[in-house]
Design a protein around this ligand. Sequence first.
Ligand code: 173
Ligand code: 173
Length: 320
Amino acid sequence: MQSTLFKTAALLLAAFCTAASAQEVTLRLVSAFAENAIYVQRLQPWIQKVNAEGKGVLQLNFIGGPKAIPTFEVGNAVKTGVVDMALSTGAFYTNVMPEADFLKLTQIPVAEQRKNGAFEAISKVWNEKGNMQYLGRMVENQPFHIYTNKKIDKPDLTGLKIRITPVYRDFFQALNASVITTPPGEVYTALDRGVVDGYGWPIGGIFDLNWHEKTKFRVDPGFYDAEVSLIMNLPAYKKLTDAQRAYLEKQLLALEAENTFWTRYAKDETARQEKAGIQTISFDEATAKGFREKAYEVAWAGASKQNPEVAARFKALFGK
Ligand code: 173
Ligand code: 173
């Protein structure tokens, strides 16, 4: 009698647990940037918050950085559902869709992109071409720069070997550089061995992997805006319940609301570079203006070549 009661209770408990866990989903998340990169450092507390507040609804399981999945393979892992979610920049998954790299060309904050239709336009392309949901952008106000060990006195990289990703390719080639694509994890070694004379990177983050030890100059002004976003496998996203999707959305908006950090960080990192002895190379006003204009011109021309229809749609929505 007692054992029957026990069995019934155990069965009921098991059924309850199944029902409860059907409402809680655990998503596997990787990062295309190494775990000590600033972007991942800032993602960690958010993951903890999502998990603390999302008990019984949604949990995130952070798998790791490029050691788990190499930087340039993260996009495909999301597309095919090997992982559910990733922190990446579009330049790392142009192998999935060349349009991914267009996001560096936004000149308005993500909050505004959500209002003016840009975010929706991006989402549509990510759904259709990447089998992905574009979730949210966690980095903005981080312009890219040229960092070099050879002094230049005009915007001309003739004779310089520069480490790039797709972000910089068209522009640096237009400046006559010879270019080598590497993930961030290989930059230090490339500098150390003299394989490259310099590299492209945003204003912040060069201290995270000690690149400052191998960097003499930063070229001003910066150009574009580093885009680092969360992306998700589309079938996994569609499988979420309404409550799970709403919860995720709420947390993504909270993450984006923290983006005011980046303006301050850009200022701090600029000062830190100066303190570390990195000299600024700058041009006269007209040359600087031409340099920035050329950066955008060349990039939009490249985008139009990749996908004229999407480039035109984005360009109309990404500008100030
Ligand atoms: O892959 C990396 O090594 C990486 O993303 C990175 C970049 C800068 C600082 C630290 C890590
Ligand atoms: O690796 C890179 O230089 C790059 O493309 C990038 C993009 C966004 C943020 C940081 C780096």
